[in-house]
Design a protein around this ligand. Structure first.
Ligand code: C5P
Length: 220
């Protein structure tokens, strides 16, 4: 482990999308690459933290120097996060699927010749961030969520912080015109109990380093 201000601190980071099965060979997913969560885990490890990196099937490789726990579904991600606790901080950068297929088939679904496609039914996934933020005993001292919005970013992020019960929200504008989603840069607003700060547009690695620095200050 690197030496640094986070030496001796254990931090859980979620990252990437989740895959929710339809049948053994098909799934529902989203376009998250895992880039920002991966950069953040790398930055935290660079400051000396012991990082448990719980990742869905991301399109970028996990960083070196962290404990990697690979999961597929939201339910698996929740179980992995709970197993990784206790921790000093938890940062939820994953793009968790809101719903899973309630009637997932145990065998590959086949066309039955009727011309009628199957009907998928959904049930709501657990909110991992809200779960951990709402823990009594054993709650990490600092719980950080992300919010990807397309409009009224600050207002929505403030409301999300209150609703989920987390300490900080890192909010960004993912409107297509910003080029942020899938891009190399990010422009974030950090919402804390003290207020909102909008950072300049920066490389995702620089956003990660600034955020890791702030986390180190908060845990000092
Ligand atoms: O409600 P929304 O999905 O916009 O919230 C985003 C934040 O909540 C992110 O930090 C995300 O990782 C977390 N989240 C979660 N579990 C869910 C849904 C979102 O941890 N099921």
């Amino acid at each position: 482990l690197a030496d640094g201000p986070l030496r001796g601190r254990r931090i859980v980071v979620t990252s990437g999308p989740t895959h929710e099965p339809i049948d053994p060979v098909r799934y529902i997913a989203n376009r998250s690459s895992g880039a920002q969560g991966t950069a953040l885990a790398r930055a935290l490890a660079g400051l000396g933290a012991e990082v448990v990196f719980v990742t869905g099937p991301a399109s970028v490789p996990p960083p070196a120097g962290v404990e990697v726990i690979r999961v597929e579904t939201a339910a698996e991600m929740l179980a992995a996060v709970q197993a990784a606790l206790p921790a000093d901080a938890a940062v939820f950068a994953a793009a968790v699927a809101d719903w899973r297929v309630a009637n997932a088939a145990p065998q590959k679904m086949k066309k039955d010749g009727s011309g009628r496609p199957p009907a998928l039914e959904f049930s709501e996934n657990p909110d991992i961030l809200a779960n951990v933020a709402g823990m009594g005993q054993g709650r990490p001292r600092l719980v950080v969520g992300f919010a990807a919005e397309t409009h009224d970013v600050e207002a929505h992020a403030r409301a999300k912080r209150a609703r989920k019960g987390c300490d900080w929200i890192v909010a960004n504008d993912v409107s297509p015109a910003t080029g942020i989603m899938g891009g190399a840069e990010n422009e974030v607003t950090l919402i804390t109990p003290e207020g909102a700060e909008t950072w300049p547009r920066l490389a995702k690695d620089e956003v990660a380093q600034r955020l890791a620095q702030r986390i180190a200050e908060a845990l000092a």
